[in-house]
Design a protein around this ligand. Structure first.
Ligand code: NAD
Ligand code: DAU
Length: 339
């Protein structure tokens, strides 16, 4: 009965991973260490069997809590992080604390407690903007936002624990995830839920930024592949099955939802906005991974999920914290022209 520690399992990707792992690995039990920040939501895991999934409310920066949660676990999958680029532009402090110090606390505990494999979940944003070609795992890290810089720092820390302490670590770097349970501050769920309410979606800058879209269920399957088959000390890119400009994504969503283009309002660009991300996933494919989701199916299902689960997202958008975040977010961000 392998016992597995997942950090950040109440979040978007973490909860998708826990759900997938419990069904794909019937012998696993999962301890889920999550602080329940604004992005951590017990409703994301409410349907999971308590006998195999136990949530401990706690901070990954607290060594005592981490020791208690990790004791007896042979595998660790580390998702917990501050994740929203725009928030990191307003205030980077929580990003440095959780993403860097939290990762260090977990790595120290993993060494102390003799964890067999520790997978650190990271992002393609650590490579920075890639005007052409594809980022490979050995490429230089050139993070441009405070969020990306904090993730790059955590990646380097993981690497150093492998070199210095022979820690049994693996790192994955994934592209933009989409799917159910994504907090409605990120572009796709914000767009879908705003369109459902006939509210505008603020398109940053010219909308020609390129993102690569990975379904969270495929991300979960890729993490299982790397966790079980990856070589210790290595980094694996996890890309999606579809790449497009934000403009194209918006057009697709408008069409699928039958909404007018007038709901798209171009606004001032995000500071330091990365123009393009693109991953070379050759290393992952060599481990035998294949995507299950094509983007068209994934996008239709995702829109349907938000349609069917208003009771999940409406309270999140009504909460005081969400509203005050949006006030700060759009203060001084003027509408610019038409789409
Ligand atoms: P999320 O913001 O939806 O969830 C983060 C979770 O971490 C929340 O449940 C939150 O409560 C928890 N958390 C935050 N600080 C914590 C702390 N100090 N102690 C314990 N728990 C804490 O994030 P997500 O989008 O699901 O991302 C998960 C991971 O995947 C992150 O490491 C992120 O960098 C990475 N990633 C995300 C994407 C994406 O598109 N969302 C893409 C690539 C990589
Ligand atoms: O690439 C992986 C990363 O993807 C993860 O590491 C991050 O945690 C995750 O938040 C995501 O970062 P992005 O900045 O790419 O995602 P976001 O959903 O914030 O934005 C996607 C694109 O849409 C980006 O080019 C900015 C743009 N955008 C975003 C918002 C929120 C808009 O045009 N308007 C918006 O209101």
């Amino acid at each position: 009965m392998p016992k597995v520690l997942v950090t950040g399992g109440l979040g978007f990707i973490g909860s998708n991973f826990v759900r997938r792992a419990l069904s794909a690995r019937p012998s696993w039990t999962i301890v889920d260490l999550d602080k329940r920040t604004y992005a951590g939501n017990p409703a994301n895991v409410a349907d999971l069997p308590r006998s195999r999934h136990r949530w401990i409310k706690g901070d990954i920066c607290d060594p005592k809590t981490v020791d208690k949660a990790m004791r007896g676990c042979e595998l660790v999958v580390h998702f917990a992080a501050e994740t929203h680029v725009d928030r990191s532009i307003h205030d980077a402090s929580a990003f440095l604390r959780t993403n860097v110090v939290g990762t260090q606390v977990l790595l120290d505990a993993a060494l102390r407690l003799g964890v067999r494999r520790f997978l650190h979940v990271s992002t393609d944003e650590v490579y920075g903007s890639v005007p052409k070609g594809f980022s490979r795992e050995g490429d230089r890290l050139e993070p441009n936002s405070p969020y990306a810089a904090s993730k790059a720092a955590s990646d380097l820390l993981v690497r150093s624990y492998f070199v210095t302490h022979k820690a049994p670590v693996l790192t994955t770097r994934a592209s933009n995830n989409y799917g159910p349970y994504q907090y409605p501050e990120k572009a796709l769920p914000l767009m879908i839920t705003n369109f459902m309410e006939d509210k505008p979606f603020p398109m940053y800058g010219d909308g020609r930024q390129v993102r690569d879209w990975l379904h969270a269920a495929d991300h979960a399957r890729a993490i299982l592949t790397v966790l079980e088959k990856g070589a210790l000390g290595e980094v694996y890119n996890i890309g999606g099955s579809y790449t497009c400009q934000n403009r194209e994504l918006i057009e697709r969503v408008l069409k699928l939802m039958g909404k007018p283009r007038s709901l798209v309002v171009p606004v001032e660009d995000r500071k330091g906005h990365d123009r393009r991300y693109a991953l070379d996933c050759g290393k992952l494919l060599k481990l035998g991974f294949k995507h299950e989701y094509d983007f068209d199916k994934g996008l239709r299902e995702t829109i349907a999920w938000y349609r069917d689960n208003e009771r999940w997202w409406r309270p999140l958008k009504k909460a005081g914290g969400y509203r005050s975040y949006y006030k700060t977010q759009y203060k001084g961000r003027r509408p610019q022209g038409v789409v």
